[in-house]
Ligand binder design. Structure first.
Ligand SMILES: CC(C)(COP(=O)(O)OP(=O)(O)OC[C@H]1O[C@@H](n2cnc3c(N)ncnc32)[C@H](O)[C@@H]1OP(=O)(O)O)[C@@H](O)C(=O)NCCC(=O)NCCS
Length: 373
């Protein structure tokens, strides 16, 4: 077996997240994602991922307050963010911003587990602030100060747009954050663990993960999905015809297929529902219906189900979120999973170092440049 893409390979034990790809089940620390999406909050999920247990009522209040206090970013860091080109890819900007944040962490190099945990919490608390600040700077606007009385989701929307969101919009983003918070040894989490396992630092591990999430085969897919919907709308082509044309040209349809799920991605179930609810509430059903038609066409043509990225695109678009924020929002949420995995890795560390099966030329003598044609 070549192990291409490490498919089916178990790389370590983890007690954070379980996925049953045959049954379409996803659990964080044993709790079903459907129950968490219905009843929990992102803040609670963060501490569930970190600590392994649901916090007590008093514990959650204290944890949430602490997280709210950590949301602000230093003014000197905001000044450094001004040097990032305005038209840079938003995930490239976020990668740089998180890396810069490390220079404002006095104990960034500490190997003390308590310090690592504090840095992890700060990363989860302020990634949304960084994303929103970068967004506003890219528009030539000044970043805003977080509002401690708002939850992380509402605060993110406020910092990005300058307007306190409706409860419904804040809850929609809160649920999206819950759904994206962790997903086992996905590519970005694996890269975070590989970096952490060298005994580098938490910020470096988070930076590796952001670079990995950026790709269109991973987190970047949600951005590509909305680009596809906008293209279909602009061309005035039937969604089914667009799908068939793209497949004939050998292109992948973003937001479909998954390495692990053989049935519906349980996160897609919620996002489809959210996309529909938004369409019902505004009466503008275009984006939801177009998505449904693409979903039907993909099932018919390829037997592929949609993944988490597909309906998140029409959901975010209907919420008025700029496309540039789609993948960074994924990072705001997944920062919880990345850092939980880094802490787990370091609690029982061993260098992650697989081998490659060599398939290149056999041994041969070096030829000096003077003897080469
Ligand atoms: C998610 C993904 C990277 C999984 O990749 P993988 O496990 O390596 O699977 P492969 O890319 O090898 O795909 C297996 C087969 O399904 C096809 N396929 C997979 N996803 C497809 C898609 N989105 N559109 C069209 N065909 C697809 C492949 O072409 C391949 O067909 P083949 O065997 O005839 O060559 C892949 O499904 C994909 O690229 N999807 C689009 C990007 C995306 O939505 N990413 C977000 C993931 S949450």
């Amino acid at each position: 077996m070549s192990g291409k893409g490490l498919e089916g390979i178990t790389a370590a034990d983890s007690a954070i997240c379980s996925i049953d790809g045959e049954k379409g089940e996803l659990r964080y620390r044993g709790y079903d994602i459907h129950e968490l999406a219905e009843a929990s909050t992102f803040e609670e999920v963060v501490f569930l991922l970190f600590d392994g247990e649901l916090p007590s009522r008093a514990g959650l209040a204290a944890d949430t307050k602490r997280l709210a206090r950590e949301r602000a970013i230093p003014a000197a860091l905001v000044d450094q963010l001004r040097a990032i080109p305005r038209d840079a890819h938003p995930m490239a900007s976020l990668r740089t911003a998180v890396s810069l944040l490390g220079h404002h962490e006095p104990d960034a190099e500490s190997h003390d587990p308590i310090v690592r945990r504090q840095i992890s919490e700060r990363l989860v608390a302020c990634t949304g602030t960084l994303v929103a600040a970068l967004h506003r700077l890219s528009l030539g606007k000044e970043p805003l100060a977080p509002k401690p009385e708002l939850g992380l989701a509402a605060n993110f929307l406020y910092l990005a747009s300058g307007e306190v969101p409706s409860d419904a919009a804040a809850r929609a983003i809160d649920v999206a954050l819950i759904l994206h918070a962790d997903h086992g040894f996905n590519a970005s989490t694996f890269s975070a663990r590989v970096t952490a396992a060298t005994l580098s630092d938490v910020i470096s591990a988070a930076t590796s993960a952001i670079g990995t999430l950026k790709g269109p085969l991973h987190g970047g897919a949600n951005e590509k999905v909305i680009e596809m919907l906008l293209q279909i709308d602009e061309e005035g082509i039937e969604p089914e015809a667009f799908v068939l044309r793209s497949l004939e040209q050998g292109e992948k349809i973003m937001g479909f297929g998954h390495r692990v799920y053989r049935t519906e991605d349980p996160r897609a179930t919620h996002l489809r529902r959210m996309s529909k609810a938004l369409a019902d509430s505004t009466g503008d059903r275009k984006w939801f219906e177009m998505s449904q038609q693409i979903e039907d066409a993909m099932r018919e043509a390829k037997g592929l189900n949609c993944n988490v990225d597909f309906y998140s695109a029409s959901t975010y678009h209907q919420l008025g979120l700029p496309t540039r924020l789609f993948t960074p929002l994924f990072a705001v949420s997944r920062m919880a999973g990345w850092t939980a995995h880094v802490l787990e890795q370091l609690a029982d560390n061993r260098l992650i170092r697989p081998r490659a099966k060599y398939v290149g030329p056999g041994p041969r003598p070096y030829v000096p440049t003077t003897d080469r044609s």
